[in-house]
Design a protein. Structure first.
Length: 122
């Protein structure tokens, strides 16, 4: 990743986090995968909501903020049908918005425990 691309990716991560914070997402974490061999992306941004309505609202807020600030939209989005786990693919950044129990079950941060994990303060 070149310097300009790296700067843009960090701006994208910041916009995603802001979109999550706007809807009071819980336990926001940025998982830095850049040093992990064969990782599928540079970052995961992970959070959860306490209801499926909140999960859906968080995902919509992320889309709104990234669109307004960076004119960026996810390449792909899935999981909106039941809002237990919404995945948004921004290529260099994958966004995971979970329903609390679903997040606990899949433990995505545990699967990538060798990556650097940054906790975002509420």
């Amino acid at each position: 990743m070149n310097k300009q691309s790296e700067t843009y990716t960090k701006q994208l991560v910041d916009s995603i986090v802001e979109g999550m914070q706007d809807i009071k997402a819980h336990d926001i974490r940025v998982v830095d995968l850049r040093e992990i061999h064969n990782s599928v992306t540079s970052y995961f941004v992970v959070c959860h909501g306490e209801s499926t309505t909140q999960v859906d609202s968080i995902a919509k807020s992320v889309e709104k903020v990234t669109s307004e600030q960076l004119q960026e939209k996810p390449l792909h989005k899935e999981g909106s049908d039941n809002s237990l786990w919404i995945l948004m693919d921004y290529i260099d950044v994958m966004v995971h918005v979970f329903y609390k129990e679903t997040r606990d079950h899949y433990d995505i941060e545990g699967l990538w425990a060798d990556a650097k994990i940054i906790n975002i303060e509420d």
